[in-house]
Design a protein around this ligand. Sequence first.
Ligand code: FE2
Ligand code: FE2
Length: 191
Amino acid sequence: MAAKNETAVVNRLEPAEHATLALNEAAIDASRRNLAQGAMTPHYGPWKKDVIQLLNDSLATELVCVLRYKRHHFTAQGLASPKIAEEFLVHANEESGHADRLARRIVQLGGEPDFSPDSLSQRSHAAYDDSPDLKAMIKANLVAERVAIETYSQIISLIGDKDSTTRRLLEDILSDEQEHAEELKGWLASD
Ligand SMILES: [Fe+2]
Ligand SMILES: [Fe+2]
């Protein structure tokens, strides 16, 4: 098996097998026109609609997360841990920042960010929650963060090298969600 792989590598290195690395001049020429498309040039490829859809679903998820954390921030005020209530507000503001960045990228891709409140909870990957006690709040937030982590990880894999700007944005957001999940796990354990 190893020998077979070695042969394949050797074959790829032979000059006759080299593909020509040449720019697509027609696409470069097309990028001099179609100025209304802004940052979108011919190289972007046919998956723009799908990427915008994935980003809009993520936008809905972030907006629902803002609402859930805000609800928890205000209703946890009188409960055991004021520090955790304050942290819920910090998370709410960070999710709001994620939503803004996603909306900005959707517009840059030529799409329309969907802020419609009527369909928000159906489009969101994560759920809203109005649990009355602190431990249930922490648990609901941890579930939502884990759903966000799984979703962003899958979208990043799907995008691959198709759109490096969107991928970097999502990787950035993903690392915030991972921090959120770790914090929540800690609070759940110390309760
Ligand atoms: Fe987020
Ligand atoms: Fe988060």
